[in-house]
Design a protein around this ligand. Structure first.
Ligand code: CTP
Ligand code: CA
Length: 228
């Protein structure tokens, strides 16, 4: 398999991976952001190169560019949407490993917002960003495009981590959803990941705790079997 560089099962395939947390600027010096490092997306990009794919990495991360990958840098969720939809037009698979900001400030202020006195503070009105994964999955540029999403979930009174994952997979219309349970020590800043990969066909593939590279190869294994 790919981890050993023995299989070129993605040779001749074009894949798109998104990575990192997008930033939504309020003014020239301030933004709303999130904790995504981009490491899982970069691991996916590197693993796809090893397996012979031609890789476009739409990145909102500051990590160093991986070798052999076409990197398209983006800042906001709307930038990421444009770059992903454009690259998806000629792709065989898209994996949305990024954490696009769900909301952005309703308006961007061209100059730095200043304090006007000692006590008052402005309110920030937010509006919802487009959902890139749902748009792409529900409106595929080619019928054979394989679409993969990620979800970091916690269980709560309305359902378990996997219940939330199943519901999200259906809502998004993706082929695969990589579900992580988030807790104090798992997910964001860690170098390791544990996940269950849910398939729209009802499949459930558990991936034990291991490196992000290992998880990346498990994801490409499932993508490869779905490529026509
Ligand atoms: N995603 C996306 N566009 C967005 C938000 C999310 O494409 N505006 C993608 C993410 O890259 C990920 C998947 O959708 O692959 C699920 O992201 P998540 O934040 O879990 O989903 P949301 O629909 O935003 O739900 P939640 O309210 O739980 O944040
Ligand atoms: Ca979200």
């Amino acid at each position: 398999r790919g981890a050993a560089g023995l299989s070129q099962d993605l040779s001749g395939r074009r894949v798109v991976v998104s990575a990192g947390g997008t930033r939504e600027f309020l003014d020239p010096v301030r933004y709303l952001g999130n904790r995504s490092s981009g490491r899982q997306g970069y691991a996916l990009a590197r693993a796809a190169v090893v397996r012979g794919a031609s890789v476009t990495l739409v990145s909102a991360s500051a990590l160093p560019e991986p070798a052999g990958v076409k990197v398209v840098p983006v800042v906001s969720t709307r930038d990421m949407r444009e770059a992903v939809l454009s690259a998806a037009a000629s792709a065989d698979a898209v994996v949305m490993a990024a954490a696009p900001a769900d909301f952005r400030p309703a308006e961007y202020v061209e100059h730095k917002i200043k304090k006007v006195d000692d006590v008052s503070a402005p309110s920030v009105v937010l509006v919802q960003n487009p959902d890139i994964l749902a748009e792409l999955a529900h409106n595929r540029p080619s019928p054979g495009l394989v679409v993969v999403g990620f979800a970091a979930e916690t269980g709560d009174a309305s359902g378990s981590v996997l219940d939330h994952g199943r519901a999200k997979l259906a809502r998004k219309g993706a082929d695969l959803l990589v579900v992580n349970e988030v807790g104090a020590t798992k997910g964001f800043e860690s170098t390791e990941n544990e996940a269950v990969i849910l398939g729209a066909d009802g499949s459930e593939t558990p991936v034990p705790l291991g490196s992000k590279d290992l998880l990346a190869h498990h994801i490409w294994d499932l993508v490869a079997t779905r490529l026509s």
